[in-house]
Write a protein that binds this ligand. Structure first.
Ligand code: ATP
Length: 352
C-alpha cells in the first residue's frame, strides 16, 4: 500500500481551520482508495516569526524537502504588518517557493455548476461550465530580473533563458495532454524581445507534442478574451508577470475566492498546494471560513504529486454534490443550508 509523507504548513489566520478540514478529507480519501498518509507540521509565516523570529525557519525547509508534498493554509495578518519587508510573513512564502525550486504555478479557474450565479459574467457566455488551467512561470522574468534606481528613474528587467521557457512549456504541454489538448501561449511578442524568445521556444517544444493544438495570443488580447469568451481556453501558459495578472482575472470570472485551489510544482513529484486566498484575518477563529479551496488543493495534490487521480476526482465530485445543498456564509444562497467550516469538511467526507 502506498504511504505518503505530507508536511502541513497551517500558517496564520484561517490557515489552521481550513487545513484541518483538508486533512480530514485526505484521510477519508486514503481510507477509501487504499493508501496511507503520515503528517508532519512545520511553521511558516507569522506563527513562525512569533516562535522563532523568522518567517521561514531552516527546520521548515528541511521538513518540506523530506516530504512527498506540502499543504499550505495561508500566511500573514495585521499583527505582523510592522515587520521589515524581508522579515514579513509573505517573505516566508517566497522563500519556501525558492527553496523547493517551485517554478510552475498552476491555477485552475473552475466554475462548479451550482455556483454559476457567483460569476460576474453572463450565463450565456459561461455556458454549462468553465474550466481553465493557467500555468504561470514562477521564478523568472521581471520579478526576479535586474532592477535599479537613480535620482530620477527606476528600471526592472524582463529576462528569460531558453531553458527557463522550455521547462515551463513542458509542464503546460503535459497538462494539455491530460486535459483537452489545447494550449494557448500568451506573450507580447509584437513588442518585447523576451516574448519573441518565449514564443520561438514554445514552438520548438511543441514539436514533441504533435497532438496538442497550440495557439499564441498577445496578453492584451488574452485579457479581453477571458471575459468575452472564456470557453475558448483550456490550458494557458505564460510568464511570471502576465500570469500574475491573468490568473487573478480568471479567478474573478469564477466568482468566489473561497473555492479556488492552486499548485506550485518543481520538476519532480514534490509540490506545494494551497488555496489562492489569503489568511482572511477578518473571519479567523469564527469557524465560518470556506475550506473548499484547500480541500480542492488536496485533490490537485492527489492528481499531480501522488498519482491518485481517482481519489482526486472523487473529492471534486463530492464537493460539487455538497454545494447543491450546503454552503459556508461566503457563498450562501437563499434556501440552502448555511454551514460552518467544520461542518463543510464533514459533509465532503460523508459524500466521499
Ligand atoms: P492577501 O493579501 O493575503 O491575499 P487579503 O486580505 O487581501 O489578503 P484574503 O485574505 O484572501 O485577501 O481575503 C479577502 C476577503 O475574502 C476577506 O474579506 C476574507 O474574509 C474573504 N475570504 C478569503 N478567503 C476566504 C475563505 N476561505 N472563506 C471565506 N471568506 C474568505
Amino acid at each position: 500500500m502506498a504511504n505518503y509523507k505530507i508536511t502541513l504548513l497551517k500558517g496564520d489566520g484561517i490557515g489552521p481551520e481550513i487545513v484541518n478540514q483538508a486533512v480530514k478529507v485526505l484521510d477519508k480519501a486514503a481510507e477509501k482508495f487504499d493508501f496511507t498518509v503520515e503528517y508532519d507540521e512545520a511553521l511558516l509565516g507569522g506563527c513562525a516569526i512569533d516562535a522563532t523570529g523568522v518567517p521561514l525557519p531552516e527546520e521548515t525547509v528541511a521538513k518540506c524537502k523530506a516530504s512527498d508534498s506540502v499543504i499550505l493554509g495561508a500566511v500573514g495578518g495585521p499583527k505582523w504588518d510592522n515587520q521589515p519587508g524581508n522579515n514579513r510573513p509573505e517573505a516566508g512564502l517566497l522563500g519556501i517557493r525558492g527553496a523547493l525550486g517551485l517554478f510552475a504555478n498552476l491555477r485552475p479557474s473552475v466554475i462548479f455548476g451550482p455556483l454559476k450565479s457567483a460569476s460576474p459574467i453572463k450565463d450565456e457566455i459561461i455556458g454549462d461550465n468553465m474550466d481553465i488551467m493557467i500555468v504561470r512561470e514562477l521564478t523568472g522574468g521581471i520579478y526576479f530580473g535586474e532592477r535599479g534606481r537613480d535620482d530620477d528613474s527606476a528600471w526592472d528587467t524582463e529576462k528569460y533563458s531558453v531553458a527557463e521557457v522550455e521547462r515551463i512549456a513542458r509542464v503546460a504541454f503535459d497538462m494539455a495532454m491530460k486535459r483537452n489538448k489545447k494550449l494557448t501561449s500568451v506573450d507580447k511578442a509584437n513588442v518585447l524581445e523576451s516574448s519573441r524568445l518565449w514564443r520561438q521556444t514554445v514552438i520548438n517544444v511543441s514539436k514533441d507534442y504533435p497532438e496538442v493544438e497550440l495557439n499564441h495570443m498577445y496578453v492584451d488580447n488574452c485579457a479581453m478574451q477571458l471575459v468575452r469568451n472564456p470557453k475558448q481556453f483550456d490550458v494557458i501558459v505564460t510568464s511570471n508577470i502576465f500570469g500574475d495578472i491573468l490568473s487573478d482575472e480568471a479567478s474573478m470570472i469564477a466568482g468566489s475566492i473561497g473555492m479556488l485551489a492552486s499548485a506550485s510544482l518543481s520538476g519532480g513529484k514534490l509540490g506545494l498546494y494551497e488555496p489562492i486566498h489569503g489568511s482572511a484575518p477578518d473571519i479567523a477563529g469564527k469557524g465560518i471560513a470556506n475550506p473548499l479551496a484547500t480541500i480542492l488543493s488536496v485533490a490537485m495534490m492527489l492528481r499531480y504529486s501522488l498519482a491518485q487521480p481517482e481519489a482526486a476526482e472523487a473529492i471534486e465530485a463530492a464537493v460539487a454534490k455538497v454545494l447543491e445543498t450546503d454552503r459556508t456564509p461566503d457563498i450562501y444562497e437563499e434556501g440552502l443550508n448555511k454551514v460552518s467550516c467544520e461542518e463543510m469538511g464533514d459533509l465532503v467526507c460523508a459524500q466521499l
